[in-house]
Design a protein around this ligand. Structure first.
Ligand code: 5GP
Length: 179
């Protein structure tokens, strides 16, 4: 698998340190509050798993899955929920945990969808942010790293459902896409 990576963008130690910092920040910001962390399938799973263990206050977590956008859906900005929450959010401060914010369409949809359920508050934590590609105005409240406009894999992020298990964020060799 490693031989298919052309460049390591963010190594394992750097991710670990930054996730720990975010965990501390979230711990301080949510102390005394009922926190519900919502992970977005599938890419956010490794980030969520590491992040929640750096948050030192009681919390609950749940998952949502949304469809990826077809070309027509991109222009409408609509998304589709494929797996909904098991819990109601009304009594919780909700923190959405995502792998990457790219165009912002996924999070815009999710934010609007969750806001309609009236959580006590609603914020976004993302491991990566690619602001160059943004199509809608959305900015994460907690962000691990801002990255340039490159397609990245690893630490939950896939190409063709693979490479999610790489422990770092990397860029694939061009030949991988040609196969
Ligand atoms: P958005 O709706 O913000 O455009 O896209 C969010 C989703 O697109 C992410 O959750 C992720 O699944 C996918 N995505 C965006 N950029 C990348 C990237 O560089 N690499 C991978 N593997 N997926 C990406």
């Amino acid at each position: 698998m490693e031989e298919m990576i052309s460049k390591v963008l963010i190594d394992q130690d750097t991710i670990k340190k930054r996730v720990s910092e975010l965990g501390q920040q979230i711990t301080n910001d949510y102390r005394g509050k009922e926190l519900l962390v919502i992970g977005i399938f599938k890419g956010a799973v490794p980030f969520l798993a590491d992040l929640i263990r750096e948050i030192k206050i009681p919390l609950k977590y749940d998952f949502m899955a949304v469809s990826s956008y077809g070309s027509s859906a991109v222009s409408s900005g609509a998304g589709r929920s494929l797996k909904d929450l098991d819990t109601s959010v009304e009594d919780y401060h909700v923190l959405i945990v995502e792998d990457i914010v790219d165009t912002g369409l996924t999070l815009k949809y999710l934010k609007e969808n969750l806001a309609r359920r009236h959580p006590l508050s609603l914020k976004i934590a993302t491991l990566l942010d690619k602001p160059d590609r943004r199509r809608v105005e959305i900015s994460p409240d907690y962000c691990g790293f801002t990255i340039p406009n490159e397609f990245v894999v690893g630490y939950g992020l896939d190409y063709d459902e693979k490479f999610r298990n790489l422990p770092y964020i990397g860029v694939l060799k061009a030949e991988v896409y040609k196969k």
